[in-house]
Design a protein around this ligand. Structure first.
Ligand code: NJP
Length: 228
């Protein structure tokens, strides 16, 4: 059975990806800060799909937390076939109004968190010729007023992803660039397709479809959104 790691698996896109991968028969390692949510999800997926699910507290902005998470995962499963780097936070505001603390926080999670997560699992992914899917955003090549800190952090995540690909051709790196998705990202979920939102399950289904392509096919990035 293949092993997949999903960061930010407690809610939203990460949770939907974990559900879809369990359905596909992957054993899972799930990380997020909301351990109570991970606990319930893990039990549900194990009972429903007969897969093994490890869950651990994970704060991707903390190098120590990431290190402990990776050690626990590699000790349990011995290796990783798929790494889904999904944990992320929003950050609004004009660049001249964003505080140092907020800028630091969004970069620690959305940019350095991505780099550190991939770095920790890279040796195992190389060994298994695995796949890394990084959830950046449709804005990872664009400019958006009032979201400059978030946008810059996603440009950085994109640059890390592409550079890892060039340096490690034996691993597949896929950049997933969704448009708006109905998750906790905008507060409470409940937004509609007619308002331009996809469902988290749409992102998960896209990833599952990409994973079914022949081994020699590399899809470097996917920019996708809802139409209505
Ligand atoms: O958001 P949400 P999404 N350490 O808030 C976790 C990107 N994206 O699913 O720690 C570890 O429902 C958090 O868990 P917890 C976006 O930038 C979204 O939409 O328990 N985990 C939760 O599981 C992000 O990269 C949209 O609070 C941390 C998850 O991340 C990805 O999609 C559009 C963490 C967030 O779930 C998933 O976001 C787009 C930390 N320090 C890109 N901080 C969109 N929704 O419209 C947070 O283009 N998490």
């Amino acid at each position: 059975m293949k092993v997949a790691v999903v960061t930010g698996a407690s809610k939203g896109i990460g949770r939907a990806i974990a559900e879809a991968l369990a359905r596909e028969g992957y054993n899972l390692a799930l990380g997020a800060r909301s351990v109570d949510l991970l606990e319930g999800l893990s039990r549900e997926l194990e009972e429903k799909h007969g897969v093994k699910v490890l869950h651990r507290y994970l704060d991707v902005s903390s190098p120590q937390s990431l290190k402990e998470f990776a050690e626990a995962v590699l000790e349990e499963f011995r290796g990783v076939d798929l790494l889904v780097v999904n944990a992320g936070i929003p950050m609004g505001g004009r660049l001249d109004e964003v505080s140092d603390e907020d800028m630091e926080r969004v970069f620690q999670v959305n940019a350095l968190g991505v780099w550190r997560t991939i770095k920790l699992f890279l040796p195992s992914l190389k060994e298994r010729r695995g796949t890394v899917a990084v959830v950046t955003s449709y804005i990872s090549t664009m400019i958006l007023a009032n979201a400059g800190a978030y946008v810059a952090s996603k440009w950085a995540a994109r640059a890390f992803t592409k550079t890892f690909q060039v340096e490690n051709p034996e691993v597949k790196f896929i950049e997933l660039r969704p448009g708006m998705v109905d998750t906790y990202f905008y507060g409470k979920p409940g937004r509609k397709i007619e308002e331009g939102f996809m469902k988290p399950e749409d992102v998960a289904e896209l990833l599952v479809a990409l994973l079914k392509l022949p081994k020699h096919v590399l899809v470097e990035e996917v920019l996708f959104r809802s139409i209505y």
